[in-house]
Design a protein around this ligand. Structure first.
Ligand SMILES: Cc1cc2nc3c(=O)[nH]c(=O)nc-3n(C[C@H](O)[C@H](O)[C@H](O)COP(=O)(O)OP(=O)(O)OC[C@H]3O[C@@H](n4cnc5c(N)ncnc54)[C@H](O)[C@@H]3O)c2cc1C
Length: 428
């Protein structure tokens, strides 16, 4: 350390200003805890259209938390409600009018559980990031240091010190690792990962389409991977025409990814049209194409001395059910509750009991979602006619059992288990 004479003090030092880290900073500040956020990238570069072309399905419990934190406007102005989801083996695509009645299509409808709340809200990551950044910048209890890089982190019995490459030194009782799947804080703390790779790469882009999506998302399973169409808000194109729009997450085998990425936008749109059986009519690509190799990883523990892992730093899953960010947001809600309660009681925020309590609260939910998405990814990856028939029969059975269908929807909306106040829309 070069200058420890007058380190700036905070309740927490948070490393990683991604969607999870920024939400956590806003949540902690709403509970009167001061936070320094260290982000290595330039926030303006993070807002550029090419940086992250993904959109996320925000589950209803996560949406309630974002609203409670003052971020409802981005969901209302730029979010698109998902009112229904249909799931089918790609082979059974048979035209929009036959979806609901087809025996081998699983249909989830928000009206069955709560007509007032959609199953989720689709929002562009870029829009959510911009709203979070604006909120963080207006919050006196949050100090955003970006772009900034870390030279040293010292964690010891009496506290944590973080030195930035410019020489600035920060002090806090606790460091929060929100630094994503390749978390260097996790590695430095020697926390091991359970990890495996999928034979899949997600190809992500945005489509304009001829027919309206009617707020329905479709998950079509093909043997080379799931193909998901997710409804987005309409947009006005360069000629002033209002067009319909959906996000596309198309998983292909790793060996095929390069070939797909080399295709022209028109050829990709044509392939997508074929896979969708034309139910949204003519398609056109309206955003750059990005690719994400897929893996599953889960940290063996969520904490070490004066360090807590949050979001993708703790767990990364297959995007098949759009749950990764929602898991991270549920971590945020639970951790905020644990930290704010500890602060109210005057306890040391870096005490191991804080990490233990957070981990007890979050590990089983994260493990179950990771297990469920892994099972789905494997189940739908098996090739052959027999496997297709078994899957189709399974979908048909689940579709006929209403309580089972409602159970799936409750989990997907993030409503299952012991919900912290933020997920109920309350600031504790
Ligand atoms: C194709 C695809 C589609 C998805 N769709 C959905 C969906 O619909 N719904 C859903 O819930 N989830 C979805 N996910 C998952 C979701 O995108 C992630 O779970 C989520 O973005 C993780 O956020 P994070 O903030 O934890 O990590 P990240 O987004 O990885 O952010 C980490 C941040 O830390 C910064 N950082 C890293 N190291 C350092 C360092 N040493 N110093 C300072 N800063 C550092 C990085 O610059 C970055 O800003 C999807 C994922 C994929 C791949």
């Amino acid at each position: 350390m070069t200058d420890t004479s007058s380190p700036a003090s905070f309740d927490c030092i948070l490393v990683g200003g991604g969607l999870v880290g920024l939400t956590l900073a806003v949540a902690l500040a709403a509970h009167e805890l001061s936070v320094a956020v260290i982000e290595r990238a330039d926030p303006e570069a993070h807002l550029a259209p090419g940086f992250d072309g993904r959109a996320s399905a925000i589950a209803s419990a996560s949406a309630r938390m974002l609203r409670a934190l003052g971020l409802g406007e981005v969901l209302d102005a730029q979010g698109c409600a998902i009112r229904a989801i249909r799931v089918t083996d790609g082979h059974y695509v048979a035209g929009a009018d036959r979806w609901r009645v087809h025996p081998q299509v699983l249909h989830f409808d928000s009206a069955e559980v709560d007509p007032a709340e959609p199953l989720g809200i689709m929002v562009e990551n870029r829009a959510l990031r911009a709203a979070l950044l604006a909120k963080v910048r207006s919050e006196p209890l949050v100090t955003l240091l970006a772009p900034a890089s870390i030279r040293h982190v010292l964690r010891g019995p009496n506290g944590a010190l973080v030195e930035l490459s410019g020489g600035q030194v920060l002090r806090a009782p606790l460091v929060l690792a929100c630094d994503g799947r390749r978390s260097s804080l996790r590695a430095e703390a020697g926390i091991r990962l359970a990890e495996w790779q999928y034979d899949g790469t997600a190809i992500v882009t945005m489509l304009a389409h001829e027919k309206p999506h009617d707020h329905v998302a479709s998950e079509l399973f093909y043997s080379d991977g799931p193909f998901a169409q997710l409804p987005m808000t309409d947009f006005v194109d360069a000629s002033g025409a209002v067009r319909h729009r959906s996000a596309l997450v198309w998983t292909v085998r790793r060996k095929d990814a390069e070939g797909v990425l080399a295709l022209s936008p028109r050829a990709i749109a044509h392939e997508a049209e074929k896979r969708m059986g034309g139910f949204l009519g003519k398609l056109e690509l309206i955003a750059p194409v990005a690719s994400y190799p897929l893996n599953l990883q889960h940290a063996e523990r969520y904490w070490a001395e004066r360090l807590i892992l949050v979001g993708d730093a703790a767990h990364g899953i297959h995007p098949i059910a759009g749950q990764g960010l929602n898991m991270g947001l549920r971590d945020v809600a639970a951790l905020t509750e644990v930290l704010s309660e500890s602060a109210r009681l005057g306890l040391d925020l870096g005490h191991p009991d804080v990490g233990r309590r957070y981990e007890r609260w979050r590990r089983s939910d994260n493990s179950s979602v990771a297990f469920a998405t892994d099972t789905l990814a494997r189940l739908f990856g098996v090739r052959g006619r027999l496997a297709t028939e078994v899957r189709a029969t399974g979908l048909g059975i689940v579709n006929r059992i209403a309580p089972l269908r409602r159970g799936f929807m409750t989990v997907a909306r993030g409503e299952a288990g012991d919900l912290p106040p933020l997920l109920k829309g309350e600031i504790g």
